[in-house]
Design a protein around this ligand. Structure first.
Ligand code: HSE
Length: 338
């Protein structure tokens, strides 16, 4: 299965590191990275596949221009031309999330589907803002659109709700959907100050390119929109949601909660009627109060099983890279059985 990566930052590199490290385990799938396209650090296309160690090395050196020359290597196509004309079976969209209009990723997805390519995203924008349109385009073209990495990184929150729980009626999804803020709150409980905890979350690759999206609650809101669209077919917009982040929570608030046997957590709630994100003070015995660091959790309330809770990684290079891999594996199993 041939793959083109659009965006090659933390998450894209996380995916190819897994492809490198698990080459033997994944050999039957014969994954090949044929193209990598970045907005500012060059593009590469080779119809017979690019060398993964060389790709990673070139990024360490500063960009794809450091990738060694070779016969058949194309460095000249822009991102859209690569998506339209390369020989990839799947486009992996992992550019930065834009929650205002989802661009340019939304157009990249449209071009990919219009040119017969399956789409896998880590980028939340296109799914949060235009899921119904993309899903319909994919359906009409007989293509798969997958986005496990957009909610709780590689922890299979969407696969659980959409596949494993199929047949149940889900009436609510509720949980901690942002790794950065949960990491900051946990570090503040340990005495670290807010700015140092945010710096650390950025250094560890949890935060968005602009961490305002994390601390303002917008990243969790985008995941709530994705759950609303995917689980409840709801075309919610962020303007219809009540969203509050953690920027107003002070060290004193965290200490006061601790003294009362409570913890602050940023909680997203999604129902067929709407969605919200807000910090809540939870008793220490509450299951979500025990979720620490960049770990996330979601509880699906269902008719047949009652509450089903999933706890796992919510952010990170390898963790989100795995989310992409899990979708590629599903597409490979469905469309390219070996
Ligand atoms: N910035 C996001 C978070 C990354 O902290 O959860 C995963 O979507």
């Amino acid at each position: 299965m041939k793959i083109a990566l659009i965006g090659f930052g933390t998450v894209g590199q996380g995916l190819v590191e897994i492809l490198r490290d698990k080459a033997e385990q994944l050999a039957d799938y014969r994954f090949e990275v044929v193209a990598v396209a970045t907005q500012r650090r060059g593009t590469l296309y080779h119809p017979d596949g690019l060398d993964i160690p060389d790709l990673l090395k070139s990024m360490e050196l500063g960009g794809l221009s450091y990738y060694p020359d070779g016969i058949g290597l194309n460095r000249d196509w822009d991102v859209t031309t690569i998506i339209r004309q390369c020989n990839a079976d799947v486009i992996v969209e992992c550019t930065h999330t834009n929650l205002t209009n989802a661009q340019p990723a939304l157009d990249f997805c449209r071009v990919a589907l219009a040119s017969g390519k399956h789409v896998v995203l880590a980028n939340k924008g296109p799914i949060a803002l235009a899921y119904a349109e993309l899903k319909e385009s994919a359906r009409r073209a007989g293509l798969l659109l997958r986005f496990e990495a957009t909610v709780m990184a590689g922890t299979p929150s969407l696969r659980l709700a959409m596949n494993a729980l199929e047949g149940c009626t889900i009436t609510q999804a509720r949980g901690i959907l942002n790794g950065t803020t949960n990491y900051i709150l946990t570090q503040m409980e340990g005495g670290m100050d807010y700015a140092a905890a945010l710096d650390e979350a950025q250094r560890l690759g949890y935060a968005e390119a602009d961490p305002t999206a994390d601390v303002g609650g917008w990243d969790a809101a985008s995941k709530a929109l994705i759950l609303a669209a995917a689980l409840f077919e709801q075309k919610l917009t962020v303007e219809q949601m009540s969203v509050e982040g953690i920027t107003n929570i002070t060290a004193a608030d965290v200490q006061a909660a601790a003294a009362a046997g409570e913890r602050w957590r940023l909680i997203a709630t999604v129902t067929p009627q709407g969605a919200s994100v807000r910090p809540l003070r939870l008793p220490i015995t509450h299951p979500l109060a025990g979720v620490s660091g960049a770990t996330n959790a979601v509880t699906y309330t269902t008719d047949l099983l009652g509450d089903v809770t999933l706890v796992g990684a919510g952010a990170g290079r390898q963790q989100t890279g795995f989310g992409l891999l899990s979708d590629l594996l599903e597409i490979a199993r469905v469309k390219f059985p070996y």
